[in-house]
Design a protein around this ligand. Structure first.
Ligand code: UT7
Length: 347
């Protein structure tokens, strides 16, 4: 429950510990939305969506049933705790990666800690758009390795549907995104062979205009972007620019991480990537000559679920036995910010 005690003099003793994935879980909302459902709301077609994105269906929250970022995060973390055979009181800290917090104050992570019954532990929202979960894995690793904490829940949860417009004005984004949550628990272990091998976290704030959600009509629209009331609180994305950026960056950051680790693409058992667009993922798979099984794709069933995308894949892969202890796994993401990053693990 409590963090590792400080040694006399107030300095934490850095232990020689490994870090392991103790449990995983995920949650999807109750409302499936198929491409054919979207055809009834906007000028689009199943064929266009499948060809451009690889998506057939996604899930969105039903707010009348109380579903939200918080409810999905809670369900996914409950599932991860069960998987880890742990009680909420065994956690020391929660990092919740989300760009769709319930409100700007309080942090949704605090309510999550309360909902699961974890007492008064530290709880932080991490906002790094689609990279939030991968960034949080790297941060949690550092906190455990430093000796400050022993058990950290890393959760990714997003309900971007609340910032989408399900009509013609929002057809280029509403077809892409879905809602979900995924959670994992990282724990200190005496087995020092387990843990992070290499990582990367990058951002380019000059490119923020390619993907943003304006809060204010007067202040938040960049030069050259037409401001309107209808666009406030709605995702604004230059899809083509983000797509181009993503194809290059995805391969670049994977290569950089492999180089840092002194590994080849084939030395990694599984690539667990942010599900942005099936074409971006298959381009990366082709670039590294990976066989189909080694870079997981589930965007066809769930769409792009922002910070939930990577942990949702991890949960599916773990449950199906395709990711297991002893493997090397690379987590990869990119998104608004613009941000991009990796986290390469020895499980
Ligand atoms: O996770 C966060 C990071 N985000 C991403 O990774 C998104 C990356 N970008 C993409 O995935 C793609 O850019 C999209 C799927 C969003 C769009 O595909 P695209 O091939 O880049 O299409 P486009 O935006 O260039 O639009 C092509 C045409 C346009 O019509 P005109 O101007 O050529 O007449 C659009 O108006 O397709 C039209 N269009 C649609 N048509 C049917 C846009 N949305 C739709 C739609 N249905 N839903």
């Amino acid at each position: 429950m409590s963090p590792v005690p400080a040694i006399p003099g107030g300095i934490v003793q850095p232990p020689s510990v490994g870090v392991r994935f103790a449990g995983v879980g995920s949650a999807l909302p109750s409302k499936p939305v198929k491409n054919t459902d979207l055809e009834k709301l906007m000028d689009t077609s199943d064929e266009w969506i499948v060809q451009r994105t690889g998506i057939h269906s996604r899930y969105v929250v039903d707010r009348s049933r109380g579903e939200s970022t918080l409810s999905l995060a809670t369900q996914s973390l409950d599932n991860a705790l069960t998987d880890a055979h742990m009680k909420p009181g065994d956690l020391d800290l929660i990092l919740l990666a989300t760009m769709t917090a319930e409100m700007s104050c309080p942090p949704t992570a605090c309510r999550l800690a309360s909902e699961i019954g974890a007492g008064t532990i530290g709880a932080i929202d991490v906002t790094a758009a689609c990279c939030g979960f991968v960034y949080s894995l790297n941060m949690a690793y550092g906190l455990i390795r430093s000796g400050l904490y022993r058990s950290i829940a890393v959760v990714g949860a997003d309900t971007l549907s609340k910032y989408l417009q399900y009509d013609n004005s929002g057809r280029s984004t509403s077809i892409l995104f879905g809602d979900a949550a995924g959670a994992t628990i990282l724990r200190a272990t005496d087995d020092t062979s387990k843990g992070l091998i290499a990582q990367a976290m990058h951002s380019d704030g000059n490119r923020w205009v390619d993907l943003y959600i304006p809060e204010s009509l007067e202040h938040d629209f960049p030069d050259g972007h037409e401001a309107s009331d209808e666009k406030v609180q709605r995702v604004q994305m230059n899809g083509r620019a983000v797509f181009k950026f993503a194809v290059g960056t995805f391969s670049g950051v994977i290569q950089q991480t492999l180089d840092d680790a002194g590994l080849h693409a084939d030395d990694v058992d599984m690539y667990v990537c942010h599900q942005s667009n099936a074409r971006i993922l298959t381009a990366a798979r082709d670039r590294f000559g990976l066989d189909q099984d080694r870079l997981y794709i589930n965007i066809d069933r769930v769409g792009n679920t922002v910070a939930a995308s990577v942990p949702l894949c991890l949960d599916e892969l773990t449950k199906s036995g395709r990711v297991k202890e002893g493997q090397r796994v690379m987590f990869v993401a990119f998104g608004g910010g613009l941000t991009w990053g990796t986290s390469l693990w020895q499980l």
